[in-house]
Design a protein around this ligand. Structure first.
Ligand SMILES: Cc1cc2nc3c(=O)[nH]c(=O)nc-3n(C[C@H](O)[C@H](O)[C@H](O)COP(=O)(O)OP(=O)(O)OC[C@H]3O[C@@H](n4cnc5c(N)ncnc54)[C@H](O)[C@@H]3O)c2cc1C
Length: 436
């Protein structure tokens, strides 16, 4: 490893790499540059008046033993294992997600019957060109229309025909999460429904604070090991000479010399002309003075007339994320960064509250406070050209792209950790969209 390493971004990917490099002790100096004043990036936690809010639902789940070992090494005893309790809101009712037989039985009979017939009308693989084709081939035209097309348009702002098939593979895996739950096509979905009980997925969560506790613990180790973390410092780009990276330029004009740079901030900052686009999320954190009746940890909302796409209930991750007797909710709305709503989120406050009441998620009279957060670059947007765009790059020597936004990878925390562990160990790493 090189003498002077700069890592841009103190999210899970950047922190894992910094922690591993400084623990190995082979570097002269490792510096992390982070735009925010706190670590964690998308895995950050906001605290206000004893209420803790992660950015939507954030839980650790992995089937990779190396990643799990690393997780538990960092968290030590400070973790709990929780059974997943997720839902999907359909036809005015909360249903178990991944779907159970009982939940599916309660779907409108015509949808169920037509979906069953779709089992015998599968499309050929060579007719798959985009997200819509992929989902129709896997799940049939009826489930595509019933579940996927509206949710996708609402979530991405794009039609399913304009999205790359990778969006489907990554998105469906991310939503289902557990390999034990076979839901990767219509047949396995129907087979899964015949199981007596849905597979009980267990995930890890810190036993104190929010998900950011993990990152705080990484920061402590990095500092103990002599690494430097510079918060509230924004990287504007890299500096190169004769095809080699020589430093990172900050937005205040300062240049930090480096012979190795790992970049986990959005790739679009490095290559603004390249056309990479991200989705952005407005997160509404709501503190409530009384317990509401929500029994799930998180729930998906597909219908286009409901403004949010997912709700999270922090109390169902860990009771002490809210003060005694209180409750809270996190609502996510994805929006373009140049939209009026992004500039002025509170303009949809009334619509948000009436939608929350419509789905029986809260009683307006119990609200203590309602805070908006603008989280940029939450999801890489996989349009039909994105793979071509990625393959066109020739990076300068000494620069490596990292993590969700740096490598333009619709991933989870465990994937960012796995990627950084592999890089630190000098092993090759393949971004894999098809497995969790
Ligand atoms: C709503 C939501 C829910 C999720 N739920 C889960 C879940 O339950 N389980 C799971 O495993 N994963 C989940 N994920 C995914 C998970 O958050 C990411 O995979 C992971 O946090 C990515 O880490 P990263 O370090 O690769 O990227 P990031 O967290 O994006 O880190 C990049 C860092 O770079 C910083 N940065 C950006 N620009 C600059 C700049 N110019 N200069 C300096 N620094 C900069 C950012 O502030 C950030 O700290 C979820 C994601 C979202 C959006």
């Amino acid at each position: 490893m090189s003498k002077s390493t700069v890592i841009v971004g103190a999210g899970i990917a950047g922190l894992t790499l910094a922690e591993r490099l400084t623990t190995a002790g082979e570097n002269n100096h490792v510096t992390i540059i982070e735009r925010n004043s706190t670590p964690g990036g998308l895995a950050g936690t906001f605290k206000k008046d004893d209420f803790l809010f992660d950015i939507g639902p954030h839980r650790f789940h992995t089937s990779d033993h190396t990643v799990e070992e690393y997780l538990l090494d960092i968290l030590g005893d400070e973790h709990i294992a929780i059974k997943r309790a997720s839902r999907v809101y359909m036809e005015g009712k909360y249903k178990y997600w991944p779907l159970t037989l009982g939940a599916v039985r309660s779907l409108p009979f015509p949808v169920l019957f037509r979906s069953f017939l779709d089992l015998f009308r599968r499309s050929k693989d060579d007719s798959i060109h985009n997200f819509a084709d992929f989902i129709i081939a896997k799940y049939g035209r009826n489930l595509y229309h019933f579940f996927f097309s509206g949710y996708t348009r609402k979530f991405t702002g794009m039609d399913s025909e304009s999205l790359h098939v990778d969006w489907a593979a990554a998105g469906v895996n991310r939503a289902v999460i557990d390999r034990k739950v076979k839901a990767d096509n219509l047949l396995s979905l129907f087979k899964g429904l015949l199981l007596p009980k849905p597979a009980a997925t267990v995930f890890y969560y810190p036993s104190t604070g929010g998900i950011q506790t993990f990152c705080d613990m990484q920061i402590a180790r990095i500092r103990e090991n002599g690494g430097e973390v510079r918060f509230s410092s924004t990287a504007a780009g890299i500096v190169t000479s004769e095809g080699r990276v020589t430093g990172v330029k900050l937005s205040n004009g300062e240049v930090i010399p480096a012979d190795k740079v790992f970049w986990s901030a959005p790739i679009s900052i490095l290559y603004p002309e390249s056309g990479f686009r991200f989705m952005n999320t407005l997160v509404c954190n709501i503190a409530l003075s009384k317990r509401q009746q929500n029994t799930y940890q998180w729930c998906y909302f597909g219908q286009e007339d409901v403004i949010f796409s997912r709700l999270t209930v922090p109390r169902n991750f860990r009771q002490d994320t809210v003060p005694d007797g209180c409750d809270s909710l996190i609502a996510e709305i994805t929006v373009p960064i140049d939209s009026e709503l992004w500039r002025n989120p509170d303009s949809c406050r009334d619509k948000l509250l009436s939608d929350l009441e419509k789905v029986s998620a809260l009683n307006r009279a119990d609200i203590i406070f309602l805070d908006w957060q603008r989280i940029p670059a939450t999801y890489p947007l996989y349009d039909l050209e994105y793979r071509n765009r990625l393959s066109k790059f020739e990076l300068p020597e000494g620069l490596e792209l990292l993590g969700r936004c740096g490598s333009f990878w619709y991933n989870n925390m465990d994937h960012s950790i796995g990627q950084s562990l592999a890089i630190a160990a000098g092993e090759s790493f393949e971004k894999d969209f098809w497995k969790t």
